[in-house]
Design a protein around this ligand. Structure first.
Ligand code: CUA
Length: 175
């Protein structure tokens, strides 16, 4: 609340430079609004938004089955799993780990199912910097085709409690 009331004719229509800046800001709003649908169709690193409702316990059962059938090794107590090319792969987030470690082949396409067993986590794939929300109750399906061999690290980029900073995972891409 101001101490003094404004003068009756306080409003002055913008003019000159102020007018130009308002125009530029509005134009930029329009550009960014159009960029969202544009990148959805043209960008190569965007999710199609495919997701399904799933009970966390049901998702865990699918992950367990996936691990049992495709396990090829173990690293520090985490299963290393190699899904069949063209098939389904599963990644489970929970406080505070990503599992299993996935072993994919370059140039092959996978349907990667990601979900959380407890609360919201953030899937951030480094160093390519792809980011997706991971929510309990939703099976988020990403269609992925790795284009470069190497080791990719998953970090959690959504604060999820005391062990958030330790929540890392791994995807290995072979030639
Ligand atoms: Cu999971 Cu932060």
């Amino acid at each position: 609340m101001s101490i003094y009331s404004p003068a009756q004719d306080w409003f002055k229509a913008p003019s000159g430079g102020e007018r130009a800046w308002i125009g530029l800001a509005l134009l930029w709003c329009v550009v960014l609004t159009l960029a969202m649908p544009y990148w959805h169709f043209k960008g190569k690193q965007n999710s199609t938004g495919e997701s399904y409702a799933v009970e966390p316990m049901k998702f865990m059962e699918r992950v367990d089955r996936f691990v049992q059938t495709n396990k090829v090794g173990e690293e520090m107590g985490t299963a290393v799993v190699e899904p069949s090319p063209g098939g389904d792969a599963y990644l489970q987030a929970q406080m505070w780990r990503w599992s299993p470690i996935l072993k994919l082949r370059k140039g092959q396409t996978y349907r990667l199912h990601i979900s959380s067993l407890d609360l919201q986590h953030g899937f951030s794939l480094q160093p390519v910097n792809m980011n997706f929300q991971v929510l309990p109750g939703y099976d988020h399906v990403l269609t992925v085709t790795p284009t470069e061999a190497g080791e990719y690290h998953i970090i959690c980029n959504e604060y999820c409690g005391i062990g958030h900073h330790t929540m890392t995972g791994k995807i290995i891409v072979d030639e």
